[in-house]
Design a binder for this molecule. Structure first.
Ligand code: GAR
Length: 194
């Protein structure tokens, strides 16, 4: 059983898809804690409904990214987390977090990396006029959106797409690949005590 800690900044629909995949026994894991950084993030209400402990670490109350990451590591350790799942986590993370969970932090990004790194990836793809975009689950390294790719799904951009219709279509694919990518990454990278 993989012990997950999920980090989310906003809606948390990917977090919900992971919780659902676990409930459906498609992913053999448990979510030990949800970490969120924005008071009122919908992700927290979802955690309540699943009976998953939710911990708010408001980045505005920390003096540096490193200080926030130290608190994150402490919280994840308190909850016995082995795999860190960044599901719509909108803060840049530092080696303080990355080195605490070597090759055990996954992020989902709404583009086919290495295209459209960084913020507003869906907008970037629309603006570029590409006809195919998608989503990527990758390992987290200090350079943003640059770690080894675990899984991707392609999504067509249709002529009348808006940011919303396109992001909806990408989200659907994210819900599909994220649970599978977690299982795959864990297969390749067995527990540190194995
Ligand atoms: C997802 O589309 C995810 O790929 C993206 O934020 C959305 C979160 O949705 N992540 C990034 O842009 C990371 N830079 P959710 O909160 O409903 O899961």
């Amino acid at each position: 059983l993989l012990k997950l800690g999920v980090m989310a900044s906003g809606s948390g629909s990917n977090f919900e898809a992971i919780a659902q995949a676990i409930a459906d026994q498609q992913l053999h894991a448990q979510v030990n804690v949800l970490l969120y950084n924005n008071p009122g993030a919908k992700a927290a209400a979802r955690a309540d409904r699943w009976g998953i402990p939710a911990v708010l670490l408001n980045h505005r109350e920390f003096e540096s990214r490193e200080a926030l990451d130290e608190a994150i590591v402490e919280t994840l350790r308190q909850h016995d987390v082995e795999w860190v799942i960044m599901a719509g986590w909108m803060r840049i993370v530092t080696p303080v977090l990355i080195n605490a969970f070597p090759r055990r932090i996954l992020n989902i990004h709404p583009s086919l990396l290495p295209s459209f790194k960084g913020n507003r990836a869906v907008e970037q793809a629309l603006a570029a006029g590409v006809k195919i975009t998608g989503c990527t689950v990758h390992l987290v390294v200090p350079e943003v959106d640059s770690g080894d790719i675990i899984m991707q799904a392609a999504v067509p951009i249709l002529p009348n797409d808006t940011l919303e219709t396109l992001h909806d279509r990408i989200h659907t694919q994210e819900y599909c690949i994220f649970p599978k990518a977690i299982a795959l990454a864990a297969q390749v990278q067995p527990p540190s005590n194995a």
